[in-house]
Design a protein around this ligand. Structure first.
Ligand code: B12
Length: 281
């Protein structure tokens, strides 16, 4: 690692806060960070600017209290997940919901940071991969329980999935729900999906607005590229193929692998779909 670049674990030590707090700072862009292969980095310069701004006296807003609360739930959830406590994990989520957090906030501010922190502990050699499997299984059940059941007319269809070898299906399950909450009809093929299955499913969808291919593990870059090539050859030019997920750095990276577009996170995908809909209206 370059000496002027820090990981979130190093930033956490400098600031004297938890990993979860640093994760929230970068996710909310209060602290400028960037991902390389799904791992967050922060430059010394960005950290210095952040520390300067943090030292400026400023008014407290009600959202800062809110933000602190979801951070607390994320930390509590991480403890329950690491201990393999599924009923405790459900309790934490229920309390977050009772305190007013909607499904989107629970996914993005409680479940995701807890999982990211578990991933960082695994990468630092602090926990065994078995804990990560256990945590993933518990969170998958929580997502099943929280999953919205949207009613009314849908805005169009979106197909999502991960290419062969890509096992991070939890990211897709959460992405699917976050899109459903915005009125999209989502067909989620899950992880490890052969290119032929993407093509088969896409060809049967009658109101397809976009296809999203998810890449979390850099190991599956080649199969993502093959999937994008197959999809591009099989579906019409008016249906964009979007690449996203933790392993995709930027638009150039996505296009180099054969995608039409890149979207940053679930919110980026939602904005992209909104714009498509507006253009076609
Ligand atoms: C859970 C997990 C696993 C589980 C997955 C279980 C499951 N059912 O999903 C298991 C244990 C199987 C696993 C395995 C591995 N993992 Co893993 N894993 C994670 C962990 C801890 C959490 C991932 C997660 O679910 N996050 C929650 C979701 C909701 O967040 P998200 O991924 O950011 O997804 C959001 C956005 O990215 C976006 N999005 C996702 N897809 C798409 C697609 C489009 C089109 C768009 C627009 C947006 C979008 O929307 C999502 C919802 O908000 C991460 C840590 C991390 N920092 O992410 C490591 C992590 C992703 N894993 C990693 C690694 C290295 C591995 C293994 C190689 C480990 C190993 N040696 O065995 C294997 C590889 C498996 C494979 N071939 O795919 C690395 C990846 C590094 C890299 N970029 O390659 C990470 C970052 C850990 C780390 N810190 O090093 N893993």
């Amino acid at each position: 690692m370059e000496t002027n670049v820090l990981t979130l674990d190093e930033v956490k030590e400098v600031l004297g806060v938890s990993y979860m707090t640093v994760y929230r700072y970068v996710k909310s862009r209060r602290l400028e960070g960037y991902q390389v292969g799904g791992v967050w980095h922060v430059s010394q310069e960005a950290l210095r600017q952040f520390q300067e701004e943090k030292n400026q006296p400023k008014k407290r807003t009600s959202t800062s209290g809110d933000a602190r609360r979801t951070t607390n739930y994320a930390e509590e959830l991480e403890r329950c997940l690491t201990a393999g406590d599924s009923s405790g994990s459900l309790e934490v989520v229920k309390r977050a919901v009772d305190a007013g957090a909607d499904v989107e906030r629970v996914y993005l501010e409680v479940l995701s940071p807890a999982m990211a922190s578990i991933g960082a502990s695994w990468a630092a050699g602090e926990i065994d991969i078995a804990i990560e499997h256990q945590a993933s299984a518990i969170v998958t059940r929580l997502v099943g329980q929280l999953s919205p059941r949207p009613r009314g007319r849908r805005r169009g269809q979106v197909l999502i999935g991960g290419p062969t070898g890509e096992r991070h299906a939890l990211a897709l399950a959460m992405l699917a729900d976050l899109l459903r909450l915005q009125g999209w009809e989502v067909l989620d093929l899950g992880g490890d999906t052969p290119a032929a299955s993407f093509v088969h499913t896409a060809s049967k969808m009658t109101d397809l607005v976009a296809v999203g291919v998810s890449l979390t593990s850099v190991e599956s870059e080649a199969s993502a590229a093959a999937t994008l090539t197959s999809l591009r050859a099989a579906i019409g030019p008016d249906v964009p193929v979007v690449l996203g997920g933790g392993a995709i750095r930027d638009e150039k990276h996505a296009r180099d692998l054969g995608a039409d577009h890149f979207a940053m996170g679930a919110r980026g995908f939602i904005e992209f779909l909104d714009q498509r809909k507006k253009k076609s209206a």
